[in-house]
Write a protein that binds this ligand. Structure first.
Ligand SMILES: *Cc1c(COP(=O)(O)O)cnc(C)c1O
Length: 415
């Protein structure tokens, strides 16, 4: 049978909204015009121009990851591909892995290690809480893992593992490699790969970095790279084999055709971070997220996680009684052109504060859109008070005044 061309396919213009939706959910996030422009270019993946770009991506990544180690690899794929690359290269079949689980994404790391036939111990952390370093140390002593996996910011439950630095130090003391998932947090809050003794950090494009989805980065420490290099077994993942990827990223040779446009986009995203500088970028994120949180609370809503372990990069809001998340989000999108996220499990909606989402005009618009939509669902919210609180918080933001919890002070000390 000859298959005929399909009829009634609409051009993109007819499908996409005339006015782009403001993407204020848990990712993908809006991208700067320079990133968008870079993403429209295709060049030779093995040419001289690409070599310059790859060199710069590695140099800028070392700044963003805060590492001097020169083992930065890009991967064509989502954040999950970077997670799998980290796990596949660090975890040998049959070896012990301790996975700190605060929700959906941290559990995905455990699932990946399990599929690689590691002996995985999951340390399930209490809902809404950050992992306790003492409990982690007990688990390390009891199980003697070779690799520990942990997420810095658990996007699904909006929990921040605020003791990450301490936990990484403990793991190092017990000769255990640490893999950190920083997909939603890298460049939004302090994470110092070298100073904190982290062995592998993963990030995606479409969250903290404010680039496009589909190209991700993995950074290995010198010790982690030695481990990867010294493995004698053949990796089960061909595309994700770090030693093969090293051929492209360090030896200008062919592994697979690199996602050139996406790499150009991430180059621009990293360059914008280098121009802004990390301390100022962290401050922008904190100022924006704290102001949004204040506005939401004064408007009459409650936040899902307590301040001490609350993730600033993605804010979880308890859904008022009787409101269905799906209907609320659809209404907000249709009438205000603002998209936020629902959740897996918990009865919350989530607003992202990553990269371009942390601009004052975006958070005012989002707070208004959410408040006005909730009113349509008969929820009693005080919009003027919320907007005013948001404004006041933005205006009065200083580190010393707004940093109240111990965790936030620790964050400040890192600046
Ligand atoms: C989004 C996310 C991932 C997965 O990224 P994908 O690009 O969807 O594969 C992993 N970890 C965290 C913390 C995330 O927020």
């Amino acid at each position: 049978m000859i298959i005929q061309p399909p009829q009634n396919i609409q051009p993109l213009d007819a499908i996409l909204p005339e006015e782009p939706l403001l993407m204020m959910g848990a990712g993908p996030v809006p991208i700067p015009p320079r990133v968008a422009a870079a993403n429209s270019i295709v060049i030779n993946h093995l040419g001289d121009t690409m070599a310059v770009i790859i060199d710069q991506v590695k140099i800028m990544s070392r700044y963003v990851f805060q590492t001097q180690a020169d083992h930065i690899l890009g991967v064509a794929g989502p954040g999950s591909a970077a997670m799998e690359m980290a796990v596949a290269n660090m975890v040998e079949p049959g070896s012990k892995v301790l996975s700190i689980c605060n929700g959906f994404f941290s559990s995905r790391l455990a699932e990946m290690a399990t599929r690689l036939e590691a002996k995985v111990v999951k340390l399930e952390i209490k809902e809404k809480e950050a992992a306790d370093p003492q409990l982690v140390e007990q688990a390390i002593i009891q199980h003697k893992p070779k690799v520990l996996t942990i997420v810095q910011g658990e996007t699904s439950s909006t929990v921040w593992n605020c003791h990450l630095k301490t936990i990484a130090g403990i793991a190092k003391k017990h000769h255990c490699f640490v893999i950190v998932d920083a997909v939603c947090t890298l460049s939004t809050m302090p994470l110092e790969m070298e100073n904190w003794d982290v062995d592998v950090i993963i990030t995606g494009g479409q969250k903290g970095l404010s680039s496009i989805p589909g190209v991700s980065l993995v950074a290995f420490s010198d010790a982690a790279w030695d481990h990867v290099n010294n493995r004698r077994d053949v990796l089960r993942h061909w595309c994700l084999d770090a030693k093969l990827a090293d051929q492209f990223w360090y030896q200008k040779a062919y592994h697979y055709t690199a996602p050139v446009s996406g790499i150009l986009a991430i180059h621009e995203a990293l360059r914008l971070i280098c121009i802004e500088t990390l301390p100022l970028r962290f401050a922008r994120h904190l100022r924006s997220s704290l102001a949004l949180q204040k506005g939401l609370e004064i408007m009459g809503l409650s936040l899902y996680v307590e301040e001490s372990s609350r993730l600033n990069s993605v804010v979880g809001i308890n859904l008022p009684k009787g409101v269905e998340a799906k209907k609320l989000l659809a209404y907000m999108s249709k009438h205000y052109r603002v998209e936020i996220s629902g959740a897996f499990g918990a009865n919350i909606v989530r607003i992202g504060q990553m990269g371009e989402q942390c601009r004052s005009h975006h958070i005012f618009r989002t707070l208004h859109a959410l408040g006005a939509s909730l009113k349509m669902f008969a929820v009693d919210v005080d919009m003027p008070a919320g907007v005013s609180a948001l404004e006041h918080s933005l205006e009065t933001f200083t580190y010393t005044k707004t940093m109240t919890s111990a965790c936030q002070e620790a964050q400040l000390a890192e600046l």
